[in-house]
Design a protein around this ligand. Structure first.
Ligand SMILES: *Cc1c(COP(=O)(O)O)cnc(C)c1O
Length: 391
């Protein structure tokens, strides 16, 4: 008889956002007229850049011709996109196009990367963090150590006093919105080099960095090409959450990991579509860069408003300046899920409970800036009324 993967039984009951969606749906059913403002899930809301749309239309037209038709592409992505990524995102950092692997997004890549590592590795996972790292390692049955991310370390993690083989880092961070300085990132790189560890660096929110002193890529740190894999995505950068495109950089200096990832992808993945990759390439055109930056600036404007409100309410916010997320304390140390229910019922605002991202997230909540400006302003007024005036 077949045996199932019992590791699934060690996973939390359900994915964080399905639990929130269930509660919101139940509330909406009971209160059909409630005007709910959703500031919970981290999905973008603004349309794709015109330059991207134009490139994708043209790519569709290509495929309508005998000479421009594209069937299966290279599993690691088209050279036109790999080269555009290297020339723009990794300018001066010594990354070669053959070290860049195009995919359908960073969720799959951060989840699938485990395939090239033994299950006999000890994995360090920040607490709190994006749930994918934890869940995929539970599924694989690896031993996990939490890396505490607290106000004391600016949510950039305590350097472990034991040897961890694989370490996930995510900056700008989801959910805390915290960023990491060059100096602190160098401490992590030095730790990895000393311990023979690999850092899996998720830079999905790189496009939100506006302060000059914050590193955009881990490869800005000396030695990182010998100890780090970097993940990026067009999802938050250019609104590709529904189009699906991202990439992973696996330097050739990392033993044989570049070969293993190539082998893994060509075995289990058949490439992102030509149309998608043409759209992604257009993000790097002059018009595309300006348009996507404007959209990111729009979200950053929302984030500033959220951060200022949370600050005014005395909830000690983090993030929101180089990130679309603001992380704040629940009033009076209230339980995160209770605060979600309270905001839903009293303000008709949906937030994400901090404890959904790890046990150290309890007593916190995340607010997403990916909404509409006027709705963001409305939500902030409602929260102020709820907390300050108790209505
Ligand atoms: C949104 C997000 C991603 C990107 O996911 P895609 O699959 O590329 O849409 C990756 N990492 C983090 C931390 C995220 O929040």
């Amino acid at each position: 008889m077949y045996k199932i993967n019992d590791n699934f039984s060690a996973l939390g009951h359900r994915y964080l956002f399905s639990e929130i969606a269930t509660r919101v749906a139940a509330y909406q059913t009971a209160h059909p007229d409630a005007d709910i403002i959703r500031m919970g899930i981290g999905d973008v809301t603004r349309p794709l850049a015109p330059a991207v749309i134009e490139a994708m239309h043209k790519a569709v037209d290509d495929c309508a011709t005998m000479s421009g038709f594209h069937g299966y592409g290279p599993e690691h992505g088209y050279d036109f996109l790999r080269c555009a990524i290297v020339a723009n995102d990794y300018k001066g950092l010594g990354i070669d196009p053959s070290e860049v692997f195009i995919s359908d997004g960073a969720k799959s890549d951060t989840g699938n990367i485990g395939d090239i590592f033994s299950t006999d590795n000890i994995v360090g996972i920040p607490d709190p963090v994006y749930p994918v790292y934890m869940d995929t390692n539970i599924i694989a049955g690896r031993r996990i150590r939490m890396i505490p991310c607290t106000p004391d370390n600016g949510f950039t993690g305590e350097i472990p006093d034991e040897r961890l083989d694989i370490i996930y880092l995510c900056y700008p961070n989801n959910p805390t919105g915290a960023t990491i300085s060059r100096q602190k990132l160098k401490e992590w790189v030095d730790y990895a080099l000393e311990n023979g560890s690999i850092i899996l660096y998720d830079a999905a929110y790189e496009a939100f960095i506006r302060s000059e002193d914050i590193p955009h890529s881990i490869y800005e740190i000396e030695g990182a090409k010998e100890c780090a894999i970097e993940f990026r995505s067009f999802s938050k950068t250019a609104g590709f959450t529904g189009i699906r495109c991202g990439f992973t950089v696996v330097p050739k200096k990392l033993r044989n990991l570049n070969y293993l990832w190539e082998r893994r992808q060509s075995c289990k993945f058949n490439g992102a579509s030509y149309v998608t990759q043409k759209g992604a390439e257009a993000v790097y055109s002059a018009a595309g860069m300006k348009q996507t930056r404007d959209t990111v600036d729009y979200y950053l404007g929302n984030a500033r408003i959220i951060r200022e409100t949370m600050s005014k309410l005395g909830l000690n916010p983090v993030g929101g300046d180089n990130s679309p997320y603001v992380w704040a304390e629940t009033p009076g140390g209230m339980d995160s899920w209770d605060f979600l229910d309270m905001c839903l019922e009293k303000a008709n605002v949906v937030l994400t409970p901090g404890s959904g991202f790890g046990s150290l997230g309890s007593g916190y909540f995340r607010v997403s800036a990916f909404g509409d400006r006027s709705r963001t302003l409305d939500a902030m007024v409602r929260m102020e009324n709820m907390i300050v005036k108790g209505i």
